[in-house]
Design a binder for this molecule. Structure first.
Ligand SMILES: [Zn+2]
Length: 326
């Protein structure tokens, strides 16, 4: 009898706040699927951001989980955008294996209804930093943001830096559910990433980038895409935002829906949680590193108040505790 041990029906139980790694070996594809509920809601609700800013920051958080969850060590993955649009700064901090925190800076006067993610960001860059601790080298990847979405920036990054054929989908939405004191608003997010990793590396060749200033009349190098990758992308392209964030659709069922014709294998899922690393001791240590004049300037109404940008926790110190002479 054939070994059927690893084949089972997809679980119908939705699991929130987790990354589900998967593989479609018939297509040489590996991927990850993220579903976020309470952890995403917790991070976004701490800030009371206008909805478009919350949605964009949510997309950056989902993208971070797709990229950072591949870390195989107790390191840190930091995704940061710096741009000239209404949302000028986004920082998402993923501390392996499961902690997430994030914040955004924005100009309220420039927020208009109907702006796309790309318009909210504007032009600038997206930086992804892998930090493996004080004794290890830091790695940073940079990609230009030119009015496009975070999905497009991720595609550009994998094409230029990693040279791995990759597709990414991100979705964030607001869920309204009936409660005893009226409808409850919650943020939900979901995303997926697939990568083509054939054993023969030449199969992963991609078309050259636009030749830019190549002499006029020169023909761009044509590369035929591998059939398996073409098929993977067309299956992946059918996933809809509503499926990525549906609280009642399990991740396994979603993967089965997309890839059942080819067979999809899932690996143990990796949990995620909202958790800041700030502490009163760390804030006191930061104050101690400031110049005495700067510390003195921070005294207002007889106290020094420091708010954590990541989680909005408020830390209060007396001038003496803050090291202000007086
Ligand atoms: Zn904090």
């Amino acid at each position: 009898m054939a070994d059927q041990g690893s084949i089972r029906a997809p679980s119908a139980v939705p699991v929130d706040d987790a990354v589900l790694p998967f593989e479609i070996s018939a297509l040489d594809v590996r991927g990850r699927l993220t579903r976020m509920g309470p952890a995403l809601d917790d991070i976004l609700m701490r800030h009371d951001y206008p909805a478009p800013v919350g949605k964009l920051l949510g997309e950056a958080i989902v993208l971070t989980t797709l990229l950072g969850s591949s870390l195989k060590f107790n390191g840190r993955f930091i995704l940061q955008t710096q741009t000239d649009g209404p949302v000028s700064l986004i920082v998402v901090d993923f501390i392996a294996p499961d902690r997430l925190r994030a914040y955004a800076r924005f100009d309220k006067t420039r927020l208009k209804p109907g702006l796309s993610s790309g318009e909210l960001l504007g032009h600038g860059h997206l930086a992804m930093t892998v930090d493996q601790g004080p004794d290890m080298s830091r790695y940073q990847g940079l990609v230009a943001l030119q009015g496009g979405s975070l999905e497009e920036a991720a595609h550009e990054y994998f094409l230029r830096s990693e040279q791995i054929p990759t597709r990414v989908r991100l979705a964030v939405g607001e869920e309204l559910r009936g409660g005893s004191d009226g409808p409850q608003h919650r943020w939900r997010g979901g995303g997926a990433l697939i990568q083509f990793l054939p054993k023969a590396p030449e199969r992963a060749k991609q078309a050259d980038l636009h030749p830019g200033d190549a002499p006029e009349g020169s023909t761009p190098h044509a590369v035929e895409e591998d059939d398996a990758w073409t098929e993977s992308q067309s299956l992946f392209a059918t996933v809809e935002d509503v499926e990525l964030i549906d609280p009642d659709l399990s991740g396994e069922r979603l993967l089965f829906r997309l890839f059942h014709e080819r067979g999809v294998r899932v690996f143990p899922s990796l949990p995620l949680r909202a958790s800041c690393t700030c502490s009163r001791e760390a804030v006191a240590g930061m104050l101690a590193s400031f110049d005495p004049e700067d510390r003195a300037d921070m005294v207002e109404n007889g106290k020094v108040v420091v708010t954590c940008e990541f989680c909005s926790s408020i830390y209060e110190f007396t001038p003496q505790e803050a090291g202000v002479e007086g």
